[in-house]
Design a protein around this ligand. Structure first.
Ligand SMILES: [Zn+2]
Length: 475
């Protein structure tokens, strides 16, 4: 049985050899769901039980009837394979892998192969709640060699596909709904620490959103009180130090355009990189390893501004004050928030964060086991502010293997609990709506001043509580 209490890995960096139990496709494969101008085909992923004694052991997806069954499709998740196109197809056709995406895009020419109908729940995100609400799009290539694998043909075909899917399922074309696999949390803290980090720092989000017809913010707000910073480096010119490691052997990455901006614990070039408390529970700083996403903000992510200090801007990131150096707005732009700025409700010293919008235990009908609501282990202290992007009503989906591919035996659980999706650190998380209130930036200086406008030590106006968030969820 699958639910938010269970997890399956996506393909991601899986390259371990497994005996390939070839899946025999059913007759009459469906037509691909693609815009007509794409070179697109359908090759069915494996859907088979892999332990004859255990009907709950199977791959590589769950049959469903999205969105008619109540499981709305609200995210596209961008992946890369770490193996070549043909090998990825083999893996998705092997039920023992337990993972497959809906689509795969070829590097050389942008050919698209669909494996799983979009109505079904592919095991691609490493987080079953996100699987339930997303479509997974894999891209052939190695993330450490993004400039070689992420080709113009690939970006164009993928963007055309995502535009088609977004229009069909009413998915907003923004960086809170078109997400990298590396931007998703796990369902627990331990799983979050092990989550994949594809498509990585060399995926050109700015170019991708240009092709989607929804360019990322590139110019500062010209009026109002800029209270939110959006990461916006020039991709070709941005090449922060990064290293690739095999065991203890690490080598500097060659220069190539990057979406990533490093974050430090203090406003100084020699200050340590911020360490993520799940990746570095001993309190060690972050590193420049490709696999260490502790201190890496990504193009298109938005955070509340907390301080200015000379050429440095302080943002709330991962439950702490974190600094990025941006002397001439080269790597970020400030503007007005696209949603409410949320802060812990008065009287709460800290609040927990979650990896899914899971229902309260009482929402589960008899016979359907409740998924545990487990905080991730991060906390948000009182006084910190995060951008709320979507108020979500909690839900879960309990599915079982159905040899006849009929989803009627599956159960969707809708809870009364509501949560906000927030931009938290490198990854998005959820906070309980009952734990937060809306923070207003207050009456700050009117109008936008050029970079360097703020005196050292400038802080935005004191947070003023503006009452509870809107009651109506947008799902
Ligand atoms: Zn992935």
């Amino acid at each position: 049985m699958r639910s938010v209490g269970r997890r399956l890995c996506a393909l991601g960096a899986l390259v371990a050899a497994l005996a390939l139990a070839l899946y025999v496709p059913r007759a009459g494969s469906p037509l691909p769901e693609c815009p007509p101008e794409l070179d697109c085909r359908f090759v069915p992923a494996a859907y088979a039980q892999t332990d004859p004694a255990d009907p709950d052991t199977y791959g590589n997806y769950d049959v469903a009837d999205r969105p008619a069954d109540g499981n709305d499709i609200r995210y596209i998740v961008v992946h890369n394979t770490e193996v070549n196109y043909d090998r990825a197809i083999e893996l998705f056709r092997n039920p023992r892998k337990g993972a497959a995406a809906h689509y795969l895009v070829r590097s050389s020419d942008g050919q698209v192969t669909q494996f799983i109908p979009t109505k079904d729940v592919a095991f691609h995100a490493g987080n079953y709640w996100f699987n339930t609400h997303s479509i997974g799009v894999e891209h052939e290539g190695l993330l450490a060699e993004g400039d070689r694998w992420y080709t113009d043909a690939m970006y164009r075909a993928s963007a055309r596909l995502v535009r088609y899917l977004a229009a069909r399922y009413h998915i907003p074309l923004d960086r809170e709904h078109i997400l990298g696999h590396d931007e998703l949390p796990g369902l627990t803290g331990k799983r979050t620490a092990g989550m994949h980090y594809d498509p990585g720092p060399y995926w050109d989000w700015a170019r991708y959103f240009q092709l989607l017809g929804a360019p990322l913010p590139a110019t500062p707000a010209t009026r109002g009180t800029p209270s939110v910073l959006t990461i916006a480096p020039s991709f070709p010119a941005n090449s922060p130090p990064l290293s690739a490691c095999a065991g203890n052997n690490c080598a500097d990455q060659p220069d190539q355009g990057s979406n990533a901006v490093p974050l430090r614990a203090a406003p100084a070039d020699d200050a340590p990189l911020v360490g993520d408390t799940l990746l570095h529970p001993d309190g060690a700083p972050g590193t420049d390893k490709l696999s260490d996403w502790s201190a890496r903000a990504v193009a298109g992510q938005s955070f509340a501004v907390a301080r200015r200090h000379g050429e440095w801007t302080g943002i709330w990131f991962g439950g702490r004050l974190t600094w990025l150096r941006d002397p001439r707005s080269q790597v970020s732009v400030m503007g007005d928030p696209s949603g409410p700025l949320l802060t812990p409700r008065p009287g709460r010293a800290t609040i927990p964060v979650y990896g899914a919008a899971a229902p309260e235990a009482g929402a589960y009908p008899e016979g359907v086991p409740a998924g545990a609501i487990t905080p991730l282990g991060y906390t948000i202290p009182a006084g910190q502010v995060y951008l709320g992007v979507r108020r979500v009503r909690s839900s879960d989906y309990h599915a079982r293997f159905a040899a006849d591919q009929n989803p009627d035996g599956n159960r969707r659980v809708a809870g009364d609990r509501e949560l906000w999706q927030i931009s938290f650190n490198h990854r998005r998380v959820f906070v309980d709506a009952a734990d937060v209130t809306v923070a207003s930036p207050g009456s700050g200086p009117r109008g936008w001043a050029p970079p360097g406008w703020a005196p050292a030590g400038w802080a935005p106006p004191a947070i003023r509580l503006a009452g509870p968030p809107p009651a109506r969820p947008d799902v």
